[in-house]
Design a protein around this ligand. Structure first.
Ligand code: FAD
Length: 401
């Protein structure tokens, strides 16, 4: 019988893995992709929807091209559990499926329990995250549009590592661009649990000082621990911090700490702290279950490696090659390389980027940034806004064909 590889999670990592497993095996592998959603909706570029610069439908792509063009079998379902001993995947609806190798790219879960009151506030739609692009992105956009002039909006950022290091600062910037024009007396508070801006710090600081002075107020080392949402007489929310005095705001976008998707945690693939999956970086095979390759945001990152879509796409290719090699009895690539580029909009028209190259070092069994590789933009510019959009379209095409 043909070897069967099951891919769980049809986001950036999983779709790329499924497509490349089919292409690089010359169609010889049976590849099954299990994902509950019919469409991929891109987190990259979704901050632009919050700033009113793009529609969510611009970021939506159907998954079925993987089936039509690449012969990937698509199953629209959620995986309930994985039986690693018998190599079985147990979907919520369908019958158990046997695998020879499994690629797991479940993304992140938001750790609601880490901030008191947040889960209830989120369930009631009072405090949204919009850190998984989709209906919540649109709902948060509507909340921003409803903010009165003179209103105060706050974004809170959890301790690193979290999905997309520059993402919250990009979000603050593009939302500020809209506020500046349509709610000129509004204020945007950025409460960061980290000691400083975690990506492209100098560039964001410069943009905020030049473009958003008096509008964006950045407060480092503010770790949100509790929220009381929309309950005072004016419908405002109170956010409480570990150290500082509480703040009352009109609109709150609270990003709690993040961890690997629950399926990875429940399968026992996370390390001692139980947050991120432990893997062999050369092949992305899980330490606890070497027939399972974990990729994307769910893994414990190597030094200087961001949790990004670009990275998830690169992990997927290393893992696909490693799966094919292990099924064929070949040695894996001794020195895989990964690249990353993160573009961030600072308003509707201008973009900054950071790029890096990461090489696997066999002696250290991890990746290190290649000295002298990569770099950052000199200043925000319109040309990179075109590059950013082409980057996103190229990524979606590389994932879905
Ligand atoms: P995802 O893409 O989230 O995919 C996970 C998939 O797994 C989901 O489709 C989910 O439905 C599925 N799943 C989970 N559990 C199960 C289960 N039990 N059974 C079946 N399926 C399951 N990255 C960049 O490189 N550049 C950017 O400009 C950029 N901008 C961003 C902006 C924002 C606002 C955000 C939030 C993120 C941004 N990112 C960016 C980061 C990028 O979106 C993530 O790093 C990337 O999506 C990670 O890919 P993944 O495959 O790990 O997870």
């Amino acid at each position: 019988a043909r070897a069967r590889v099951i891919v769980v999670g049809g986001g950036i990592g999983g779709t790329t893995a499924a497509r490349y497993l089919r292409m690089w095996s010359g169609g010889r592998l049976e590849v099954v992709l299990i994902e509950p959603q019919a469409d991929f909706v891109s987190c990259p570029m979704s901050n632009l929807v919050l700033g009113g610069f793009r529609a969510l439908d611009d970021l939506r792509r159907p998954l079925d091209s993987l089936q039509r063009q690449h012969g990937v079998q698509l199953i629209r379902d959620r995986v309930r559990s994985i039986d690693t001993r018998h190599r079985l995947v147990l979907p919520a609806q369908g019958a158990p499926l046997r695998y020879d190798r499994l690629v797991l790219s479940p993304g992140i879960d938001l750790d609601w329990g880490a901030v008191r009151g947040l889960e209830a506030a989120h369930d009631e739609g009072r405090v949204l995250q919009a850190w998984k692009a989709g209906p919540e992105t649109l709902a948060l956009r509507r909340q921003i549009e409803a903010l009165p002039d003179g209103g105060v909006l706050a974004i809170t950022i959890p301790e690193a590592p979290y999905r997309c290091p520059p993402g919250p600062y990009e979000r603050a910037s593009v939302v500020a661009a809209w506020l500046k024009r349509h709610r000129p007396r509004a204020k945007l508070l950025v409460f960061d649990a980290n000691p400083d801006i975690t990506s492209k710090a100098a560039l964001f600081r410069k943009v905020w000082a030049e473009q958003y002075a008096g509008l964006i107020e950045y407060r480092p080392l503010h770790k949100a621990i509790a929220v009381d949402a929309g309950r005072d007489t004016e419908g405002r929310s109170t956010v409480r911090f570990e150290l500082q005095e509480p703040e009352r705001v009109d609109l709150l976008n609270l990003l709690p700490p993040m961890r690997a998707g629950s399926l990875a945690r429940e399968t026992g693939l996370t390390g001692a702290a139980g947050r991120w999956c432990e893997i062999d970086y050369q092949t992305f095979a899980a330490t606890a279950a070497p027939d399972i390759h974990v990729i994307g945001d769910a893994i414990q990152v190597a030094p200087a490696m961001p949790k990004s879509g670009h990275m998830a796409n690169a992990h997927a290719k290393v893992a696909a090659a490693a799966v094919i090699a292990s099924l064929a009895g070949w040695e894996p690539d001794p020195a895989p390389m990964l690249t990353n580029t993160c573009y961030s909009h600072v308003d509707g028209e201008r973009v900054i980027h950071v790029a890096s190259v990461h090489r696997y070092l066999a002696g250290e069994r991890t990746y290190r940034a290649v000295p002298g590789s990569g770099g950052v933009s000199d200043a925000p510019n319109a040309l990179e806004a075109r590059y950013a959009w082409h980057w996103a379209r190229t990524l979606w095409a590389d994932m879905l064909g």
